[in-house]
Design a protein. Structure first.
Length: 382
C-alpha cells in the first residue's frame, strides 16, 4: 500500500480499497480475457441500504483492495441503469447486492446474494481465485518438480493472486530460459513483474513490444507503474534515496506520460514521513500542475487528504482545489462537484462554491436520491 494512503488511513482519511473498472461490460470481458483474470461484479441499486454499507465500509478496506485488485477486474453495475438491465439478461439479479464472480469466458464462478463483512468478502474472493485456475493441482504439480512453462505461469499467477511473492519462482525459471521471446515466456515475464528494482523489470522493458502484442498496452503501462510504486514504497520505508531515484528514473524512461506526477507524488510522501509541511506543500503544488493524466480516485483522495490535514495553509488548499477541479471535470458527477464546492467554501470563496454546487445540482438530476440529498444538504451551507 502506498505510504500516503497508509498515513491518511491512520488519521481518518481515505483508504485505497478496490479500484473499479469504468468501462462497459463488453470492455471488462475483453480486459479479463487479455489479462486472464476473472471479473468481480457488484450488482447494486442506489436505494439499497446494504449496498451502501459495502461501498462505504468494505470496498474501501485496504486488505480487500489488495486481494481484489490483484486478482480481479472489478466492476460496479447499477441494475436500474441501461448497463445493468443488459447485464441481467445473462446474469439474473433478484436481490441486492448480488455479488457475481465471472470467468473471462463469461461463465459464472460464484454468485453470492447479500452484503458481506470484510473478512467473509476476502475469503470469498480468495476461494474463487484458488478454484478458478485449478491452483491446488498446479501447486501439487510444481511442488513435485513440474517446471513446464504452462505450470510455472499458472503457479506464478496463483502466488500473485494470493498475495505471496513469486519473485524466487520467476527468477529461477527465467534464468534457465535461452529464448525469452516465446509467447508463454513473455506471459510469465508480464505476470511476474512486481518491483522496478528487479531483473524481471528489465526483461519486461526489453521485451515490451512483444508483450504488448499479448496484453493491451495500457495493461503493460499499469504493470510498470505499479512496479515503480512498490519500489518507491520500499525506498521510503527504508529511507533509501538511491532506490527512490531508481523508481523515478524508470518511470521517466518507461512511462513518461505519468513520470512527473509520480515523482512529485513521491516527494509528497517523503515530506509526510519527514513531517516537513513546507516541502509537502511545494511537492503538492507541483503534483497538481502535472496531474492531468492521473486517475480520478487519486486526484480526489490527494485533494481531500491535503485539505483535511493541512487546511490552514492557503497554498495547500489552493492545490487541493486545482486537483478537485481536475477530478470533477474527469468524473463529471455531482459528488465530485460538491467536493469542489466544499473546498471553495473552506477557502472562503462562496461565489465559486455556489457555481460548483449549481453544477452538482444539474448533474444530480440524472443520479440517485443520495446524490440529490448531498446537493441539498450542501446548499444549506451557502
Amino acid at each position: 500500500m502506498s505510504v500516503i494512503f497508509f498515513l491518511s488511513a491512520l488519521v481518518g482519511g481515505f483508504s485505497q480499497g478496490i479500484t473499479f473498472f469504468k468501462g462497459t461490460w463488453e470492455e471488462a470481458l475483453a480486459k479479463a480475457k487479455a489479462e486472464d483474470r476473472p471479473i468481480f461484479v457488484d450488482a447494486f441499486t442506489t436505494w439499497c441500504g446494504p449496498c451502501k454499507v459495502m461501498s462505504k465500509s468494505v470496498f474501501t478496506d485496504n486488505r480487500v483492495g489488495e486481494v481484489y485488485n490483484a486478482g480481479f477486474i472489478n466492476m460496479k453495475i447499477d441494475m436500474e441503469q441501461a448497463e445493468g438491465l443488459r447485464f441481467q439478461e445473462t446474469y439474473p439479479v433478484s436481490a441486492y447486492p448480488t455479488l457475481y464472480y465471472i470467468a473471462p469466458d463469461g461463465q459464472v464462478l460464484k454468485k453470492t446474494v447479500g452484503a458481506q463483512q470484510i473478512e467473509s468478502f476476502i475469503r470469498i474472493g480468495q476461494s474463487v481465485l484458488a478454484n478458478s485456475g485449478n491452483s491446488a493441482s498446479i501447486t501439487e504439480a510444481y511442488e513435485k518438480g513440474d517446471r513446464s512453462p504452462e505450470v510455472v505461469y499458472k503457479y506464478i499467477k496463483g502466488l500473485n493472486q494470493s498475495g505471496k511473492s513469486s519473485l524466487k519462482v520467476a527468477n529461477e525459471y527465467l534464468r534457465g530460459q535461452q529464448d525469452l521471446t516465446t509467447e508463454i515466456n513473455r506471459k510469465i515475464i508480464f505476470e511476474a513483474l512486481q518491483e522496478a528494482d528487479s531483473r524481471i523489470f528489465d526483461l519486461l522493458v526489453q521485451n515490451r513490444q512483444g508483450i504488448a502484442v499479448l496484453f493491451p498496452e495500457p495493461a503493460v503501462s499499469e504493470r510498470i507503474y505499479n512496479a515503480c510504486m512498490k519500489t518507491a514504497d520500499k525506498a521510503l520505508a527504508n529511507n533509501s534515496e538511491e532506490l527512490l531515484k531508481e523508481a523515478k528514473e524508470k518511470m521517466r524512461l518507461h512511462y513518461p506520460q505519468r513520470a512527473k506526477a509520480f515523482a512529485f507524488r513521491m516527494d509528497m510522501e517523503k515530506a509526510l514521513l519527514e513531517k516537513d509541511v513546507k516541502a509537502y506543500a511545494k511537492a503538492l503544488d507541483l503534483f497538481a500542475k502535472s496531474a492531468a493524466g492521473e486517475p480520478v480516485s487519486l486526484l480526489r483522495q490527494t485533494a481531500q487528504y491535503a485539505a483535511k490535514q493541512h487546511g490552514s495553509d492557503a497554498s495547500v488548499v489552493g492545490s487541493a482545489i486545482a486537483l478537485s477541479i481536475l477530478a470533477a471535470e474527469k468524473a463529471n458527477t455531482s459528488g465530485h462537484y460538491i467536493d469542489l464546492a466544499e473546498l471553495y467554501l473552506q477557502k472562503g470563496d462562496k461565489k465559486s462554491a455556489g457555481a460548483a454546487a449549481a453544477k452538482a445540482k444539474s448533474l444530480s438530476e440524472n443520479e440517485g436520491p443520495d446524490e440529490k440529498q448531498r446537493v441539498k444538504d450542501f446548499s444549506g451551507k451557502l
